[in-house]
Design a protein around this ligand. Structure first.
Ligand code: NAP
Length: 283
């Protein structure tokens, strides 16, 4: 029997509609939720991502202020822009699109963002709140994972969750969010001794590795829920995830496809954080 294929596009559209309603309510009180997007250089993937953010923001009643800077921008110039945006009362959220061109220190830029405007949730203060179990802005892709788990009615308290990948962007915050929701979490990485064994015990598997189909379908426990964060472009141009989808889908109770699973949730959660920032700062 094939499990439920989780339609991330539909869930993200529902979340964007909720955000649009919340943003309209704020607009009714003369508060226009506004996100400043900083794009440095001309990385084509980042440009595509920024365009889709702009379109989604428009639909969600969130204003976007674009700041396009040349690849030759210095660290001091970029830091000065962040300082200006921090001080701008109109700006609720600041997003600096990563990766930055070589030579720019992304950590220093992220640390310079006012934590109250850190809608990406990557400032050490916000990661600290998340670690304390009282998140203000959680990182967007991990928040998207949690929303998908909620949508499929996952019972998290007491569940065995295995997260593969420990990046600050995805794996670690997913592990913290699951732990905050009372799952028993195992955080795996490239030095994990028996990855297959860990996955076999899991009620919930979150793969955020960046290795095509590294997680084999036969490792998935019957009835587990599988979220595949990985996006890997194959030589033929096709996108595949970190999980061997066809076999895993035979065993899982619910599973996200790639593309169309976790991916669409990220922007929706970014807009949700922006409206939260506007409400916290101004309502
Ligand atoms: P990353 O920073 O490269 O981290 C990858 C993690 O995978 C590391 O913790 C690494 O372990 C672990 N890993 C690598 N090889 C492994 C192996 N053989 N066994 C077990 N663990 C292994 O990547 P990321 O930024 O977290 O992104 C992960 C994937 O998610 C990528 O495909 C990325 O494109 C995708 N992604 C998607 C979205 C979205 O859909 N919106 C957002 C962000 C990322 P070590 O720590 O030991 O090196």
């Amino acid at each position: 029997m094939i499990g439920q294929i989780i339609d991330g596009k539909a869930v993200a559209a529902r979340l964007r509609a909720e955000v649009a309603a919340a943003a309209s309510a704020l607009r009714g009180r003369q508060i226009v939720p506004t996100l400043a997007v900083v794009l440095v250089g001309d990385d084509p993937a980042s440009a595509v991502y920024v365009r889709s953010k702009t379109k989604a923001a428009r639909e969600a009643n969130v204003d976007i202020r674009d700041h396009k800077l040349p690849a030759t921008t210095s660290q001091a110039e970029l830091m000065a822009l962040v300082v200006t945006l921090n001080a701008d009362p109109i700006v609720d959220g600041i997003l600096v699109q990563l990766p930055l061109p070589a030579g720019l220190d992304a950590d220093a830029v992220l640390r310079a963002i006012d934590p109250d405007k850190d809608v990406d949730g990557l400032h050490p203060t916000n990661l600290g709140y998340l670690a304390q179990g009282r998140p203000v802005f959680a990182p967007c892709t991990p928040s998207g994972c949690m929303r998908l788990l909620q949508e499929v009615g996952a019972e998290l308290a007491g569940a065995r969750a295995v997260v593969i990948g420990r990046s600050v962007l995805v794996g670690k915050p997913v592990a913290l969010l699951l732990s905050n929701a009372n799952a028993t979490v195992t955080l795996c990485h490239s030095k994990t001794r028996d990855l297959a064994g860990e996955v076999r015990r899991a009620d919930i598997v979150v793969a955020a590795i960046g290795r095509p189909e590294l997680v084999r379908g036969e490792w998935i426990r019957e009835g587990a829920i599988v979220l595949d964060v990985g996006v890997n472009r194959m030589p033929d141009g096709k996108l595949v995830g970190d999980v061997e989808f066809s076999t895993a889908a035979q065993r899982a109770r619910a599973i996200t496809p790639v593309p169309g699973g976790v991916g669409p949730m990220t922007i929706a959660c970014l807009l949700d954080n922006t409206v939260t920032a506007a409400r916290r700062r101004r309502a």
